[in-house]
Design a protein around this ligand. Sequence first.
Ligand code: UDP
Ligand code: MG
Length: 309
Amino acid sequence: MKKISIVIPAHNEEGNISLIHQRIKSVFSGLDNYNFEIIFVNDGSRDKTQLILEELASKNSEIKFIEFSRNFGHQPAVKAGLDFSDGNAVISMDADLQHPPELIPEMIQQWEDGFDVVLTNRKYPKEISYFKRKTSEGFYKLLSKISDVDLKKGGGSDFRLLDASVVEVFKNFTEDDLFLRGLTSWMGFRQTSVNFLAGERNAGESSYNIKKMMKFAFTGITAFSVKPLYLAAYLGFMFSALSVVGYGIYVVESFVSGTEISGWASLIMTIVFFGGLQLIILGIFGIYLGKIFKQVKERPNYIIRSKNL
Ligand code: UDP
Ligand code: MG
């Protein structure tokens, strides 16, 4: 019998845990040749998530849990699940049933056919907000363009199957600011993807707001590309060239007309413009500097308060 580990990060998911357990259980009752375990990672929930997990684990041997000491974020939660899994394949999915467990047999089939990584391609139904759909699509297009990883094909979802050999590689990663989607794509191996229809979250609220999404986007870009750092150099060259040309024109013009060129407003505008530009560039440098600062301290991605494995 092969063993499939299922990793589920859970942050305030009290209304979803029993249901997703039931759904996964019924999926596996239709699969004869596989054992399964579910590793819930309680990422600093403030509701009854931990209580429910402890109760569920005491009654069901396939339920395991890891409790973080505080909220560390979705990506570290998935990483923790991978670190403690020992299945022949590991599937990571969200707790809120936006990732349908019914897709698991198809993912396992692809894995049995020889693929090491089975990604999922999230297709949005009409009901999901236009804003979320477009920002998500746009982000992955932009990220693929400015970094060296291709995230267009199924990369934009944390619902995926990894072969044990790939999980082994993940376990050795010690980088801060994890961006697992990018890392998976970057790692290589034999990858494929299957489609699914993203549903609405079952119970509770999404933990991602605009601020978290922005942070996630910045993490994604800066973890995989140094191109923003070159921006300063490019813009610097461009504006230096422009100013030399402009300066030449003004000198010649003032000689020809014999009058001084006045223009207080345009002077201020130029100062403001370049002031802003310099702050932006400085900010970009700061983001990378901050990442180096965090990385050199080599703090762990997460801290475990209790676990049942
Ligand atoms: N999650 C987590 N830690 C966080 C935020 C979210 O472990 O700080 C989990 C959450 O419980 C869920 C998954 O990550 O299982 C996806 O989160 P959510 O549904 O809030 O995100 P969305 O689907 O809206 O992008
Ligand atoms: Mg969700």
